[in-house]
Structures are given as structure tokens and as C-alpha cells.
Write a protein that binds this ligand. Structure first.
Ligand SMILES: Nc1ncnc2c1ncn2[C@@H]1O[C@H](COP(=O)(O)OP(=O)(O)O)[C@@H](O)[C@H]1O
Ligand SMILES: [Mg+2]
Length: 403
């Protein structure tokens, strides 16, 4: 499930207890001053130079956590302020009620963090962690609220009923660029806060450094995503296509498992829906291929289906936050439900119909320097390619990557 939306380490209820894992040093954060979104910290710093520090029982390093917390106390308000300004300026979308509520969530967080005193002691650090934990949870509904905002905007198409077509086109481009920016910056903020919080709570296993699993297994994540997508597909259609996994099943590499799970679940949901819609019964299997050579710069995963493909004229639009070929009623119902309850963007969401599965998945893939691409053969099927950069300190590609 999409634990990343709810929590940084897959637990829905955990205390920020100080485990032996919090002994990891956070020296890397010393003296870092973030200047802009994504400009503050490198991917390898995020990994906390975990190599050679895999022993569980090191002395608890409160100093490191204090420095990490102090870094966040300064960095997060800068990033939040950029988002607030952007939320204010985006044409039309800024007027939608759910976007206004997202903005107030950002403003509240900005105020709460800037009101926190400087972090100099263990007590300060602990109170900052409680605050951040609360804010982290407060923000878990932001994705759905932004989707509702886009949906509200589509319903208020009157805003676009101008005869000035070039103006309308510009506004739509502007909104799209805003959403790309918004979602990738949001991932950045949640990775930083989530990494800090996960470092000071009990790790899922000894292979974890905060949110990062040094031995992320694409095979295991694909299997989990298949189970989840199968459940969602069978709930809608009564049956689901089989999925065959091929390639380097034994591969592990450092990555944030919840990001990879998000991407694969979205791709598998799309492939399952297309396969069922195209074939009715007797489904051709979907294939997932995990490729990686020892010297490859990327880990690449291909999800291949025979679900009829995508017409070429639709190809660019699949990256639109509002583009879906599913029944519009699906989005209406989900947005309505989300307004009344705390629906998580996980297994509770519909198989298809919200329209942002692909663009958000691409933001996750791009976040650490990877990418997501689609190739279609209309009348036959679609191949989705996920390219992921290995997050390790020695890699020249991650060395220059800021998060
Ligand atoms: N594997 C696929 N085969 C055929 N069409 C696809 C596939 N993946 C995506 N699409 C098309 O792209 C659209 C957007 O996908 P997505 O962003 O996941 O939103 P949603 O699934 O909610 O519609 C889908 O509605 C569908 O028309
Ligand atoms: Mg989808």
C-alpha cells in the first residue's frame, strides 16, 4: 500500500522511539544551508553514508539528530514558503476550495516550524520531532486535495470559456507546470522530513537507513504491487490477468521502497485495466522484466501488457493530471468521498479514473534522477519503462544529485 502517503517507515502507529538505529551519525548535515527547493542536500548525503555503518548497536548519536533537526528547522520553512507563493499564483486552480485548504495546511506548517525555538538540546530535538510527526500526518491528504482541486477546476470550465484560445492554452500549460513542480517539491519535503523521522524510530529491518532500504528488492516490491493491483482489479472486474516476472530476480539496490511500490502499483493497475477491457476473458499475461547488469548505470523495470495500447494522439496527454479514459463518475464519487472521510490514496482508491497515476509516478521516478517512459503499439499493447538510479555514495550520478 502507499505507506509513503501516510508514514515514513510503513508503520501507521509508532512512537518516535529512539532505537539503536538512531545512532547513525548525521554529520553530513552540518552546515548545510538550503537556498531553494531541492537545492539543499545531496542524495548521497541523504543516504547518510550508511556504508560501513551497518552495525546496529552503535552508541546513540544525539548530536547528529540535533544537527539534522536544526537543518530541517531552517530548510523546511524555505521550501514551504516557495510552495505557498506558487499556490497563490497558479491561475484558476488557486481559487478552488480544496487548493485553498492545501495552502492553509502549508501556511500552518510554516508558522509552526518557524515558531519552534532553535534546536540545541535533546529536549528541543524531541519536541521538534513530535511537531514534525504531526505535520507529516497533517499533510498526508494533500495529494487527494490537489486532485480534488483539479477536478473542481474541470467542473468550473467556465473559467476557461474565453475566446482567447492562446490565453487558455497558456493557462493550462501553466497549471500543468505548477502541478509538476508542486508534486516533485512535495516529494522532496516528505523525503527530508520522513528520513529524519524514520532515523529516530525503529527501523523495519537492519538493512534500512531511515526510509532507504540499502537492499531494496525490485522483485519483492513487484510481487507486493501485483498482489495489491490484483486485489483492486478483481474488486472491479471479478478477475485479474496473471503477471509474469522475469529478469534479475535476486537484484537488490539502495532505494526508497515505498516510491518504487507507488510506481509499480500504478503501472500494474493501468495494465490490468487495459488488458481486461481489451480481452474480456482469456487474458494474455502482463510481463514485468527487471534488468540490471553489474555495470549498468540504471536499474530498469519494464511493465508490458497486451491491453490494446494507447493511440498516438493520446500519448502526450497521459502525463496530464486530468487525463483519464475512465468513467468521469469515478472521479466524482472518489472526490466526494475524499471530502467527507480520510480516504487514503492507496488501495481504497479506484483502479482507474483519477488521471494522475502516471504523472505522479513519473515525479517519483525523476526525483532521484530516474525516469518513466511509455511506448505504445496501438492495437496491441503498451510498454512502460521505469529507470532508477542506484542511490549509493560512490555513484558519480548521485554525487551531483540534489534532493
Ligand atoms: N497500459 C495502458 N494501456 C492502455 N492505456 C493506458 C495504459 N496506461 C495508461 N493508459 C491511458 O492513460 C490514461 C491515464 O493513466 P493514469 O495517469 O494512470 O490515470 P487513470 O488510470 O486514473 O486513468 C488512462 O486513463 C488510459 O487511457
Ligand atoms: Mg492509472
Amino acid at each position: 500500500m502507499h505507506e509513503f502517503c501516510n508514514d515514513y517507515n510503513g508503520n501507521h502507529h509508532h512512537s518516535a522511539s529512539r532505537s539503536a538505529f538512531t545512532s547513525r551519525r548525521c554529520d553530513d548535515y552540518t552546515g548545510l544551508d538550503g537556498d531553494e527547493d531541492g537545492g539543499g542536500i545531496s542524495a548521497s548525503q541523504l543516504l547518510l553514508r550508511s556504508e560501513g555503518k551497518e552495525k546496529m548497536h552503535q552508541q546513540f548519536d544525539v548530536e547528529g539528530l540535533i544537527r539534522f533537526a536544526e537543518f530541517l528547522r531552517k530548510e523546511l520553512p524555505i521550501r514551504l514558503a516557495h510552495r505557498i507563493q506558487d499556490l497563490d499564483q497558479v491561475p484558476h486552480l488557486s481559487e478552488m476550495t480544496s487548493v485553498i485548504s492545501v495552502k492553509s495546511c502549508y501556511v500552518d506548517s510554516f508558522r509552526a516550524i518557524t515558531a519552534h525555538p532553535e534546536i540545541q538540546s535533546e529536549v528541543d530535538e524531541s519536541s521538534f520531532a513530535s511537531l514534525l510527526h504531526e505535520l507529516y500526518l497533517n499533510h498526508s491528504g494533500v495529494l487527494i486535495n490537489m486532485a480534488r482541486g483539479a477536478f473542481q477546476l474541470r467542473k468550473h470550465q467556465a473559467l476557461f470559456h474565453s475566446n482567447d484560445f492562446s490565453r487558455v492554452e497558456d493557462d493550462i500549460k501553466c497549471i500543468h507546470a505548477f502541478l509538476d513542480r508542486f508534486h516533485s517539491c512535495r516529494i522532496g519535503i516528505r523525503v527530508l522530513a520522513g528520513q529524519y523521522l524514520a532515523l529516530r524510530s525503529r527501523p523495519i529491518s537492519h538493512t534500512y537507513s531511515g526510509m532507504i532500504d540499502r537492499r531494496t528488492s525490485p522483485y519483492q516490491i513487484v510481487r507486493q504491487a501485483i498482489d495489491d493491483a490484483t486485489f483492486m482489479c478483481a474488486r472491479k472486474y471479478g478477475d485479474a490477468p496473471e503477471v509474469i516476472i522475469k529478469g534479475r530476480l535476486g537484484l537488490t539496490f539502495p532505494y526508497i521502497p515505498s516510491h518504487l511500490h507507488y510506481i509499480l502499483l500504478e503501472l500494474l493497475k493501468n495494465s490490468m485495466r487495459a488488458t481486461v477491457d481489451t480481452h474480456g476473458t482469456n487474458f494474455p499475461p502482463i510481463q514485468v522484466i527487471i534488468a540490471d547488469g553489474n555495470e549498468n548505470e540504471d536499474v530498469t523495470i519494464k511493465v508490458s501488457d497486451e491491453g490494446g495500447g494507447i493511440p498516438r494522439s493520446h500519448m502526450a496527454r497521459v502525463w496530464d493530471y486530468l487525463f483519464t479514459t475512465a468513467d468521469p463518475a469515478v472521479q466524482e464519487t472518489f472526490c466526494h468521498a475524499a471530502a467527507n472521510n480520510h480516504v487514503d490514496h492507496g488501495i481504497d482508491s479506484p483502479l482507474a479514473g483519477l488521471g494522475y497515476g502516471l504523472p505522479i509516478s513519473r515525479s517519483y521516478a525523476r526525483y532521484f534522477g530516474g525516469d518513466l517512459g511509455m511506448m505504445s503499439m496501438e492495437g496491441f499493447g503498451t510498454d512502460a519503462f521505469v529507470h532508477l538510479v542506484r542511490l549509493n555514495n560512490s555513484s558519480s550520478r548521485t554525487a551531483g544529485l540534489t534532493v
